[in-house]
Ligand binder design. Structure first.
Ligand SMILES: Nc1ncnc2c1ncn2[C@@H]1O[C@H](COP(=O)(O)OP(=O)(O)OP(=O)(O)O)[C@@H](O)[C@H]1O
Ligand SMILES: [Mg+2]
Length: 288
């Protein structure tokens, strides 16, 4: 398992991730190095009863190892955007790239954490994690070793053989996270993964995710309704407009990668970013 994180990638000005198209010259050299590239994306859903434009002219590059959070009102196309990156959905216009390759169908080199943990009730925590290996036909010795590492890393040791109903909501979410990380995906997509958790467990999961991200160097795209979660975790926060979803602004958080929870929440950069995002979204369209 690769446990090193090349922070130089994020810290040197020449390689920091570019923003949306038009974002003051940052996009120019993006293409080659970007882990995720969205270029002038549009998504329209057409049916006999309805014609919905979910996304319109969305361009975004996410650098390798970068953590990008996406916030925006309900129905603005956040989940649609993750599905595009995973290759579960095709854009009506524009191009999606993953690690430099055009996405043409479902991708296996990603990890996907859904809004609910979606565990199989009849399988233990470890066997839920190992589903990933079975689906990918990973060598079982390797998969088990990796599962054990992740179990330890996420504080699940001692609960490997517990069934989902014997685990707390936070623990179930950690199992889902282990499952998404088992095959060491270079890109992790997370769709409101902590929405169902109580505030304290959510805080703990946020701290854990920050640590895992630093240790694995995975590129993360996180959709959340929590402005403070977005700012605490991300390098950049993408703020989207109501449908048809466009990118209103990309905020550079400007906090160090390692983030002590209490200290980070007390920092001026944190307040500046959360305040600005709250203004952009408007009081009615987001809740914290
Ligand atoms: N498969 C589909 N068929 C038709 N319309 C769809 C489909 N998937 C999404 N939509 C529509 O596209 C728009 C964006 O949906 P999406 O799920 O991406 O929103 P979201 O930003 O994730 O919202 P939420 O915050 O509520 O999860 C919505 O209007 C939704 O009704
Ligand atoms: Mg959604």
């Amino acid at each position: 398992m690769t446990m090193t994180r090349d922070t130089s990638l994020r810290d040197s000005p020449g390689t920091t991730a570019p923003g949306a198209a038009g974002d003051s010259g940052k996009t120019a050299e993006a293409g080659a190095a970007a882990a995720v590239g969205l270029e002038k994306i549009a998504v329209r859903f057409r049916s006999r009863r309805r014609d919905v434009t979910a996304l319109h002219e969305v361009s975004l590059d996410v650098a390798m190892g970068e953590f990008v959070a996406i916030v925006g009102p309900s129905g603005c196309g956040k989940s649609t955007l993750l599905k595009l990156v995973a290759g579960l959905l095709k854009p009506s216009a524009g191009q999606v790239r993953l690690n430099g390759e055009q996405v043409n169908g479902p991708r296996h080199d990603i990890g996907y954490v859904f809004q609910r943990a979606a565990l199989l009730e009849w399988r233990s925590a470890r066997r839920n994690i190992l589903i990933q290996a079975e689906m990918r036909r990973m060598p079982s010795v390797l998969a088990r070793a990796r599962a054990d590492e992740l179990i330890a890393m996420t504080g699940l040791t001692g609960f490997e053989d517990a069934y989902p109903h014997e685990l707390s909501g936070g623990m179930q979410q950690r199992v889902a996270l282990c499952r998404a990380l088992l095959h060491e995906p270079p890109v992790l997509l997370m769709d409101e993964p902590f929405g169902a958790l109580d505030a304290l467990t959510r805080e703990q999961m946020n701290m854990e995710l920050n640590r895992i991200w630093r240790e694995t160097g995975t590129t993360v795209l996180l959709v959340t309704h929590s402005i403070s979660e977005a700012v605490y975790l991300a390098d950049r926060v993408v703020v989207m407009s109501p449908r048809p979803g466009t990118i209103t602004e990309i905020i550079d958080v400007g906090l160090p990668a390692e983030r002590d929870y209490t200290q980070t929440l007390a920092r001026p950069e944190f307040h500046e970013a959360t305040g600005h995002i709250r203004d952009l979204l408007g009081a009615a369209s987001a809740h914290d």
